[in-house]
Each structure stands twice: as structure tokens, then as C-alpha cells.
Write a protein that binds this ligand. Sequence first.
Ligand code: ARG
Length: 292
Amino acid sequence: TILENPTGPLPRTRPVIEPVRSARTRAYGMCTPEHFEVAYAINAWMDPSVPVDRARAMRQWQELHRTHLDLGHRIELLAPLPGLPDMVFAANGAVVVGGRAYGARFRHDERRPEAQAHAAWLRAHGISVHTPEHVNEGEGDFLVLRDVILAGTGFRTSVAAHEEAARVLGRRVVSLELVDPRFYHLDVALGILDDGGGDAPADIAYVPEAFSASSRAVLDDLFPGALHCSVEDALAFGLNLVSDGRNVVLPSAATRLAQEIAARGYTPVPVDLSEFVKAGGSVKCCTMEWHA
Ligand code: ARG
């Protein structure tokens, strides 16, 4: 007689159980939009003929500032300088990891002086700053996870800067190529939901269409369970988000992404930063993190 396995084959998939999301307190750097305007066009979003409502921008920025504080995070303020209207996008000024910073070197002349202001500010806070040799735009193109730094190139940051950052910060850097000018910085194409620094594994969201085929393959390999964001939500700057591991602060216009993030066990915290979209930025651009 032939004995058959009475229970049949083992099921090949297990039900997905999302980890419990837990928040870690963060240190952020921000810069008030006192001098914010769209005076030049250095990305596909900027049109100097479209007026910015600076009072409204200030209210929106204050709402973001308040939101981070209410979530229990620490914020250091960088003093805005006249003539540098994009300085409100504080994330672009450096990458800070473990008390050390890799300074920025902006692609466009219009923003170049911002780098020095950042370096002086960080040094005043006891952070050692490496002056970069290569063009890079700080956390606009470098997103820090515990085990790896994801780095964008194609529009702003050079690949040589990826290597330089790896050396300076002592972390593995993975290069990703951006191919769509609307997603000119990595932080508008990819958001870190969990950096893997707590109990849960690293978790990211990204819009595949923003990346070259080979970079998509790299992302798929590193993060097989990643959340794929629609182009529509990405164009609403949904991926330009800031997460503490549980609370995900993101632009209110990215409604579907907020639902998908909630389904993964996070708490979406929507804020309206529509004035800043006129310059091609949102939540993450306005929030530099000083990573532990
Ligand atoms: N107008 C700025 C620029 O083009 C926007 C920067 C937005 N920041 C960001 N991290 N994506 O440089």
C-alpha cells in the first residue's frame, strides 16, 4: 500500500503578520522659510512666474515643526539667510550620522552658499563636518538606514560623492540611478518607513518608475517586501516623508499612500506643505535628521 501524507503539502505562504511599529525619538534640523520664494528654476517643479504665498508657507512650515515636536522629537534651528530662498530645504545641507557630517556641495550656483552655513551650524553643535570634494546634496540624495545608506544619482549628486560619503561616514552606500526629472532627488522617489534601527526590519516605499531598470533590480533584491508607490502619489510628494519608525509624517495630498502605510501598521500623520511643492519640496526636504 502506498502511504499518503494525510496533511498534504505544507502551505507555501504564511499569513503576513506586520511587526508592531515602535517609535524612536529623533533629532531634526530645520530652517524657517523667512526668505522662501521661487526666484529661479533648477528643477522641473519650479516656475518663477507662479507666485508663492509666503505667509501661507510660514504657517504650513510651522505646522510641520509643531507636528515633529508633538511627536516628541528634538529640533535644532538653522538661521535662514536672505538671498537663499531654498534654504528652508534643510535636508539638502549635509548627511549627519553618529556625530559626523558629510557636507553638501550643491550642483547649482544658486544654492552653493548654503553648504557653508550648514557646516558652521553643525560644527557649532559639536558635529565634525567633512568638506566634500564631490557634488552632492546631502539628505536629498542620501537616505540613511542602520545597515546601509541609499544614494541617488542622475540629476544632482555624483557617483563619486557616493564613494566619498561611504569613506567619510564609514557605512555601506548603495548607488541608485534616477531617470525621471520630476523625481530629481532620491527623497522624492523613495521614503524610509523604518530604518531598521529598532526591533523591526528595515522597510521602505518607492516609486519604481523613477529608477533605471538596474536600480529597480537592486531595490527589489535588497527590499523584496517594499511598498511600491503609484506615480500619482509620488507626484503628490508622498514619498518625501519622515518616519520615526511608527509615525509617518507625509504630505496630505498623498491619500492612497497614507492608507497603504496605515495597512502596514504605521500611523500616517498628514500635513499640508503645498506652497513648498512650488519649489519641488515637501516634508522630508524641510527636515534634516541627525542620525544616531
Ligand atoms: N528648489 C530646491 C532644489 O531644487 C528643492 C529642494 C528640495 N529638497 C529635497 N530634499 N528634495 O534644489
